[in-house]
Design a binder for this molecule. Structure first.
Ligand SMILES: Cc1cc2nc3c(=O)[nH]c(=O)nc-3n(C[C@H](O)[C@H](O)[C@H](O)COP(=O)(O)OP(=O)(O)OC[C@H]3O[C@@H](n4cnc5c(N)ncnc54)[C@H](O)[C@@H]3O)c2cc1C
Length: 468
């Protein structure tokens, strides 16, 4: 079956776009899942390895690849920027083939008046952003992986960026998409501002993580570049006070477009200050920016917090895309870190935060941990935990860290995943949130669209590991 598949894709793509050399296939052996990054740095030989990587350039080629894979029962793993942090581009133990979408990297206007661009799934976000900026527009989708992440992966993981509070996350920017589905073929969801037509087909694939098909085209809505941009920073005594202030600001609808609140630990580490720092960038039309600035300042003063030099934000703004360097620096001193993001409503968020931190610090091998919130909603916010641990205890401690964050978040009423997706790591806990029937619905969708399981397995580790 594999031989036949390879013969036919070689005819379709030519030798140059069919990678089989093991040393070239090294590039696909992991994404940025910290567990594997650490394993590799410690000298482990990673696997399983793909049999080949295919480099399609057109949607028609992807349709043909999926048709052949379905016929020959070959597992396909889509690969965009490779910056996923939960192992989503890893293959199963059986033979599998990577579909690297890097050459499907076109950018063109679909509708210039509407600001809707037609983008290939392999387009690097940073290239798209430059292209838009040259035309007076911006996506304002700035995940910290901005330099390396690509559109297909960002959509497939339901990603969220630093300006999400003002501009929304990827699901708010995707106005249409095309996807090749194993049991069906090409599905086109044309761009529209919004629709009400029975099942939300577009949404099904935003966050589907390569389990239901391959996204081949995305229509994204860009915003006009803002007329004015104004930084603002303030300091509260503690994180729970900062979150209360954030709630008032968001509920009054005067929130900064970029809004980030650090707990006391992260404030100390990043800025060298005592207390809990909030930083924001307010953007838009000049008068609006000024009135929002005034409104936020009033809320801050009334709450007993104090405005500080708005340049505070620069420390973090300058460093924000240097995460990979930080990982390497920590590793040199025998430490590594994991980041886990969850969310909670306003009434629960402080409990989730406190109990997760307390439980993590009780784990032997966890050196320190802190959190921030960077995505705000009328009803609540995301919490992003950074957990620094002794690299020598990786195997002993890694799942325990996840257990603590997932189970404590669930126990105190939070939601166990905000924007990194599931990959091969978070499946174990999904049932906690959705229950048995949620898993049944997911399995039914998977069986209907991918009956022969040629896309990534839905539950690599099944939920049993969750019930130990
Ligand atoms: C330093 C760093 C900072 C990060 N910061 C953020 C952040 O701020 N916000 C955030 O949301 N995430 C962040 N991430 C996580 C990561 O960047 C996102 O998950 C991103 O969306 C992955 O995009 P990618 O192109 O790299 O996808 P990949 O890693 O290539 O793929 C991710 C998943 O999507 C699937 N996939 C890829 N392309 C397609 C396609 N065309 N069709 C169907 N499935 C597909 C893959 O099979 C895989 O399951 C960060 C990661 C790093 C390393």
């Amino acid at each position: 079956m594999l031989k036949q598949f390879m013969r036919e894709v070689s005819k379709l793509l030519g030798e140059e776009r069919l990678i089989t050399d093991p040393s070239d296939l090294e590039a696909y052996v992991r994404d940025y899942w910290p567990y594997l990054v650490i394993k590799e740095a410690k000298g482990a030989k990673l696997g399983p390895r793909p049999k080949a990587a295919l480099l399609p350039e057109t949607e028609d080629e992807v349709v043909e690849i999926v048709r052949l894979a379905e016929r020959e029962r070959i597992v396909l793993i889509p690969y965009a920027g490779g910056t996923g942090v939960l192992g989503g581009t890893l293959g199963p133990d059986q033979d599998f083939v990577i579909v690297d979408l890097g050459r499907m990297n076109w950018i063109r206007w679909f509708d210039e008046e509407a600001g809707i661009v037609d983008v290939g799934p392999g387009t690097l976000l940073i290239e798209l952003e430059k292209w838009l900026n040259d035309r007076g527009k911006s996506l304002r989708h700035y995940p910290q992986s901005l330099p390396e992440a690509a559109i297909g992966g960002l959509v497939a993981t339901r990603s969220s960026g630093q300006y999400s509070t003002g501009y929304g996350s990827i699901e708010n920017l995707v106005k249409g998409l095309n996807v090749v589905i194993p049991s069906i073929g090409l599905l086109r969801v044309p761009p529209a501002p919004r629709r009400s037509l029975l099942y939300p087909l577009k949404e099904l694939f935003i966050g589907s993580e390569g389990t239901l098909g391959i996204i081949t085209r995305v229509y994204l809505e860009a915003a006009d570049l803002p007329e004015k941009s104004q930084k603002i920073s303030w300091l509260c005594n503690d994180f729970s006070r900062s979150l209360k202030v954030a709630k008032v600001i968001v509920r009054k609808r005067v929130s900064p477009e970029l809004f980030r609140v650090f707990d006391n630990f992260e404030t100390q580490i990043t800025f060298g200050d005592e207390g809990s720092l909030s930083v924001g960038i307010i953007e838009g039309e000049k008068d609006l920016v000024e009135s929002k600035y005034e409104a936020i300042s009033r809320v801050v003063k009334l709450s007993g917090c104090k405005l500080v030099d708005s340049k505070k934000a620069d420390v973090w703004l300058e460093e924000r895309f240097n995460v990979i360097k930080k990982i390497k620096d920590l590793f040199k001193v025998g430490l590594a870190f994991e980041t886990i993001e969850v969310s909670a409503t306003w009434g629960r968020i402080v409990d989730v935060y406190k109990h997760v931190i307390e439980s993590l610090l009780r784990l032997k091998g966890v050196e320190y941990t802190g959190a921030h919130s960077g995505h705000f909603y009328g009803s609540g916010a995301a919490l992003y935990f950074t957990i620094v641990f002794d690299v020598e205890r990786l195997d002993e401690i890694y799942d325990k860290i996840w257990d603590v964050v997932m189970e404590t978040t669930n126990e105190y009423g939070g939601s166990i995943g905000h924007h990194h997706g599931v990959g091969v790591q978070r499946w174990k806990w999904i049932e906690l949130e959705y229950g048995d029937n949620g898993i049944k619905v997911m399995s039914s969708i998977k069986r209907a669209l991918d009956p022969n399981g040629i896309m990534r397995d839905l539950m690599p580790f099944k939920i049993s590991r969750c019930k130990k």
